[in-house]
Design a protein around this ligand. Structure first.
Ligand code: PMV
Length: 325
């Protein structure tokens, strides 16, 4: 517990607060989720931490993780919600989540800084409200995000998520014994395009051909439905085929670069499956790729041969948490 001091408005405040939030992967449903189809997301064991303390002078943000402006915007946005000013706050941000690569680094920042400020300013630890405010910060960064990223980062675990027509989140926890032990993450490189650009590009594609692109979203929605059954241990489901089909559909949306397609092709050749996870990218990297093989050793040997940046992640990790010391 930090030392409590009396704040300007008479509310009790903590003097120093540390909060961490997880990164995430999207197992199924990216892009289609923006149009109201379901997605399955999991929190992973790479985290971002933010430490807020009270000092004299103006707001100060120290970060090597994201742009200082984005973090400052986030802090101002939270303060707008809960009242008070931003002066006298020092924020230090540390992160293990690769930036701009589909692993939820911006959502982790938005959620962690919202929760930390709530704590510092004596607001209740209300996940629903934290998620709502973090979504507002995400909108500034990404335009029209589905809200899936901030929701998984807030609540953790595995979620089946849908955006309601009014933009509010609709989600349920998936309790699963299937933690996909043969699943790895390959970093295909940070995309040149931002999530905002990729989402707007897919939006343009949809405007140009609602029938064809709507059909792709529909098929992605069906894959997500089957994936959810797989995670729940229902039915005899070929997850390799499911991931391959999802990737084909993402390629048809034009969100996978040639170099990322090449990595996926090589993984398929050795009997595995892979798909991009997140918004993707067209020109150079497409961010992270989820790679799956029943025999993980085969995947690791291929990664060595191709000098891929591969790592394993633990899924179903805890959401945002107060790091009490
Ligand atoms: O690349 P990320 O981590 O920002 O994920 C984006 C996921 C999309 O479905 C493409 C957009 C969204 O808002 O859900």
């Amino acid at each position: 517990m930090g030392i409590k001091i009396e704040g300007e408005e008479g509310a009790e405040r903590l003097k120093r607060v540390k909060v961490s939030a997880p990164g995430k992967i999207i197992l199924s449903g990216e892009h289609a989720v923006v149009y109201g189809y379901p997605a399955i997301l999991s929190a992973v064991d790479r985290r971002l931490s933010i430490e807020l303390s009270i000092k004299k002078g103006d707001l100060e943000v120290l970060t090597q993780h994201s742009s200082t402006e984005h973090a400052e915007y986030g802090i101002k946005r939270v303060v707008k919600e809960i009242g008070g000013g931003t002066s006298g706050i020092k924020a230090e941000i540390y992160s293990q989540i690769p930036v701009g690569s589909g692993m939820g680094s911006s959502a982790a920042l938005a959620v962690a800084l919202t929760a930390a400020l709530f704590k510092l300013r004596g607001q209740p630890w209300d996940l629903e409200r934290i998620n709502q405010v973090a979504y507002e910060i995400e909108k500034k960064q990404h335009g029209k995000p589905s809200g899936g990223d901030n929701t998984i980062v807030t609540y953790g675990g595995f979620l089946e998520f849908k955006k309601n027509a009014d933009g509010s989140p609709n989600f349920s926890h998936i309790s699963t014994e299937e933690h996909l032990s043969g699943l790895f993450v390959v970093n295909s490189g940070r995309p040149e395009e931002t999530t905002r650009e990729m989402v707007s590009m897919v939006g343009q594609l949809y405007e140009n051909d609602k029938k064809r692109v709507g059909d792709i979203f529909e098929k992605i929605g069906q894959i997500t439905f089957i994936f959810s059954r797989y995670l729940r241990g229902e039915g005899d489901i070929d997850v390799t085929e499911l991931i391959r089909e999802n990737q084909r559909l993402l390629e048809r949306l034009g969100v996978v670069s040639p170099s990322a397609q090449n990595i996926v092709g090589e993984i398929e050749k050795i009997g595995g499956a892979a798909k991009i996870s997140g918004a993707g990218g067209r020109k150079s990297g497409s961010g992270i790729i989820l790679a799956y093989h029943k025999d993980p050793q085969k995947l690791l040997s291929l990664a060595k041969e191709m000098s891929l940046d591969i790592f394993s992640v633990k899924l179903g990790e805890e959401g945002v948490r107060w790091e009490k010391r």
